[in-house]
Design a protein around this ligand. Structure first.
Ligand code: ADP
Length: 639
């Protein structure tokens, strides 16, 4: 991504700078795709103003001088009918010149690249994406054809402020100004046809709809009906409740208010999927209001992805993205935790060590897990939406969170041979409920793709006996099965690992027949072993297969072949273990092999390579494999 600012002109202290290319694109997109929802610009500007007040209040805890001589933190909204402007001002932290250039000239968000790569050019679809990405300050251009920002950082000497102005084209102008009051004031010069916004009634209605939950007072001039129109008075009034939403009683909050608050804390334009609001009392006292978004944020897979839970202490904002508040596998959760016990001067360093925070984190984790359990039981459709968006993240919890492992396992939704589609819809409890008589294990296979899993030779005997097998094809599934050894006391067993022990699923006569075959084929398996020396650990007869001549399995204590391949592909260390070759004593190719003399080594080599291919492996020497197969084909066709 290019940095801001192609510098084009300097005069006295006024400069014109170019927007970062992505900003131009974003502006275009926003103006066109969000027009039908144009009122949201006010919510976005008020939301930013509120964050700016929160930041100042927090910084002032360490540096009281920042408050200067104006202690109130508030947001005011005013308009000028003649000039056709609307102004949103706040007495918050403000911005320095450098901050203005960075914040209002670029998009400094993780996930930006991902966002732009997903744009399709289809307005409807892109409008959805943009909502998910978050629009923020730039949404002012939906209704304005010129925006002027006056801002001064709190504590700045000599009242040095900054004026930023742009028509939303390719550039913005910036100059230093005198600004006696700290904070930011954003003036929108409305586009043609937007005059309905120049009304106290209209603005109050929009504020009450979208921004009532804002903690700071939102102040407007009072109005009076006179001479057939509203007259604006000097006197002002607060037009929102100006009281932390999470600190109110649950029965005093409407769903709409919960949703609007989510859009503010979650920087999202879409309604959340679910939320939980609870006050915890006892040794630790805190309030939690946690949301599950309906859609994954763009930066979910980024390593530096931000965690979206804000920490407050006795209603004072302390920090964004307090990663200690919520485990990484719940990083999609957004919301607020407000502690009654932590000191106001708590820092990230203190949080790292804090036992109180650990207790809060455990409490939040528990709440989210119960919320999900509840959804999974009572609203399956919603849970499917959740699972499709965040299932792969939640799976990380199986490895990360030993305490809640069993519960998280209960929330898994997986593909299986019973469902026979890539849909992940089978829970481990479903699986257990329909286990065959005599079955005491949960069988699974891991592979690179759904088709590789579904068609794996390892499933042949399971299909024949009608035993369900879970088909695990997410990368993270290897991590899941490495850590999840059992569920409801049933052990999880890979169908491609170790000797196949079907326990009571096989009867005595089958077991006897197998033993007999093993003895009968001893000579052949020994001979193959010698031929494949150095490539296999062992060769043995199997009853796993019905249609295929051979397959590879790994020894009980060795690493899954799929995992070993994944690690190697990621440039990591993986042990070089040798597989076990199992042959199907009833397959015509194997029977034919018993009689083969001249080309025995070639046949065996092909058999081995095929088995490796069938399970998704890569051949060491593909060219020789092709040559051998061609030779065999020629011999068979009699040439
Ligand atoms: P977001 O709020 O999602 O980060 P925006 O584009 O709305 O994105 O804003 C970019 C940045 O500009 C904010 O993160 C903040 O640092 C700064 N900013 C915006 N509005 C204000 C304001 N009223 N006061 C101080 N800083 C602001």
């Amino acid at each position: 991504m290019s940095d801001t600012a192609t510098h084009t002109e300097t005069s006295a202290n006024r400069e014109t700078l170019g927007f970062q290319a992505e900003v131009k694109q974003l502006l275009q997109l926003m103006i066109h795709s969000l027009y039908s929802n144009r009122e949201i610009f006010l919510r976005e500007l008020i939301s930013n103003a509120s964050d700016a007040c929160d930041k100042l209040r927090f910084e002032a805890l360490h540096n009281a001088a920042l408050m200067e001589d104006q202690a109130e933190l508030e947001i005011s909204i005013s308009f000028d009918k003649t000039a056709r402007t609307l102004t949103v001002s706040d007495s918050g932290i403000g911005m320095s010149r450098e901050e203005v250039i960075n914040n209002l000239g670029t998009i400094a968000k993780s996930g930006t690249r991902e966002f732009f790569s997903r744009l399709s050019g289809d307005q409807q679809k892109d409008a959805n994406l943009i909502g998910q990405f978050g629009v923020g300050f730039y949404s002012a251009f939906i209704v304005a054809d010129k925006v002027t920002v006056l801002t001064r950082r709190a504590g700045e000497k000599n009242d040095q402020g900054v004026r930023w102005e742009s028509d939303g084209g390719g550039e913005f102008a910036i100059e230093m100004i005198d600004k006696p009051t700290r904070g930011t004031s954003i003036t929108l010069h409305l586009r043609e046809g937007q005059d309905d916004l120049l009304s106290g009634h209209k603005l109050r209605a929009v504020i009450q709809k979208y921004s009532d939950h804002i903690v700071q007072p939102i102040v407007m001039h009072k109005e009076e009906w006179k001479d057939g129109g509203y007259q604006t008075l000097e006197e002002t009034e607060t037009v929102n409740q100006a009281f932390a939403l999470w600190a109110r009683a649950k029965n005093e909050i409407t769903d709409e208010q919960y949703k609007e608050f989510y859009k503010h804390v979650g920087h999202d334009m879409t309604d959340p999927l679910a939320w939980v609001h609870a006050r915890v009392e006892g040794r630790q006292e805190y309030t939690q209001l946690l949301y599950i978004p309906a859609r994954a944020p763009f930066d979910m897979w980024q390593r530096d992805a931000k965690h979206g839970v804000k920490l407050y202490v006795r209603r004072v904002f302390i920090m964004d993205d307090a990663e200690k508040l919520i485990p990484a596998y719940l990083r999609f959760v957004r919301g607020v935790v407000d502690s009654n016990d932590l000191p106001l001067n708590v820092s990230r360093e203190i949080l790292q060590e804090s036992k109180d925070i650990e207790a809060i984190r455990a409490g939040c984790t528990k709440k989210i897990i119960s919320l999900l359990e509840d959804m999974a039981t009572n609203d399956k459709e919603k849970y499917t939406l959740f699972w499709n968006e965040f299932g792969r993240v939640l799976k990380e919890g199986i490895g990360d969170d030993a305490v809640n492992r069993e519960k998280i396992a209960g929330l898994l939704r997986l593909a299986s041979t019973k469902a026979n589609t890539p849909e992940t819809s089978v829970s481990l409890s479903d699986y257990i409920a329909r286990m065959k008589e005599g079955q005491d294990k949960i069988y699974y296979i891991t592979a690179d793709t759904f088709n590789a899993a579904k068609n794996s030779p390892h499933l042949e005997v399971f299909r024949k006996k009608g035993i369900e097998v879970l088909l695990l094809t997410d990368r993270v599934d290897e991590w899941v099965v490495t850590n999840l050894h059992s569920f409801q006391e049933k052990s999880l067993v890979s169908v491609a690992k170790g000797g196949l022990d079907l326990g009571d699923l096989e009867d005595e006569s089958e077991k006897l027949a197998q033993q007999k075959e093993a003895d009968e084929f001893k000579e052949l398996t020994d001979k193959i072993s010698t031929s494949l020396a150095g490539r296999v650990k062992e060769v043995r007869v199997t009853h796993r297969l019905t249609d295929s001549p051979a397959c590879l399995v790994v020894d009980e204590q060795d690493m899954n072949a799929n995992l070993a391949r994944m690690l190697k592909a990621a440039g990591q260390q993986a042990p070089n273990t040798q597989p076990i070759l199992e042959i199907n004593p009833r397959h015509p190719v194997v029977l034919r092999l018993q009689r083969e003399e001249n080309k025995f080594d070639d046949w065996v080599s092909v058999l081995f390579d095929q088995a490796l291919l069938a399970e998704g492996g890569q051949l060491d020497d593909p060219a020789s494999f092709v040559k051998r197969v061609n030779q065999l084909m020629l011999e068979m066709s009699g040439s």
